[in-house]
Design a binder for this molecule. Structure first.
Ligand code: C2G
Length: 130
């Protein structure tokens, strides 16, 4: 079977997240998702996620196209995760285009276009204004 692996925070889960997961799943037979740990998010984005890692993993793990979830604790461990979960394909949104090309020696690397005009940051703003 062809295993697809993707990564993300998936905080305040929205349709942009859903679409990238659905499209990632179509590229193989099995989809494994690495969900960013709270601490990794603090380092990456400088703010605490709205939903904690346990909640975000529960949401992503319950989606029909997702076969397995794990906690992504460090960006530096990407290669180890790809090997551990037997990735044939690494899928990322194109906000990461070019950033993971180095893993092309162990799997196919695919960047999918982001869904326009929706983001966790914009949602947080919209909710706080209402
Ligand atoms: N995404 C999308 N369209 C949007 C918003 C997000 O396709 N409008 C995609 C992103 O490109 C990414 C996934 O949804 O592939 C998750 O997005 P984030 O939660 O923002 O993930 P990020 O914090 O970029 O984490 O190791 C890499 C990181 O864990 C990626």
């Amino acid at each position: 079977p062809r295993t697809v692996v993707t990564f993300g925070t998936f905080d305040v889960f929205h349709v942009g997240h859903l679409k990238v997961i659905q499209r990632a799943a179509e590229l193989g037979d099995r989809l494994v998702v690495g969900v960013s740990a709270d601490e990794l998010n603090m380092r990456k984005k400088g703010r605490e996620p709205v939903f904690d890692e346990t909640e975000r993993m529960a949401i992503v793990g319950a989606l029909k196209p997702v076969d397995e979830v794990f906690l992504e604790e460090s960006l530096e461990l990407k290669r180890e995760y790809l090997v551990r979960y037997g990735a044939d394909v690494l899928v990322m949104g194109d906000d990461w285009a070019g950033r993971f090309d180095e893993f092309g020696d162990i799997c196919e690397v695919v960047y999918l276009p982001r869904t326009p005009a929706i983001s966790t940051t914009a949602l947080i703003e919209k909710i706080s204004r209402s």
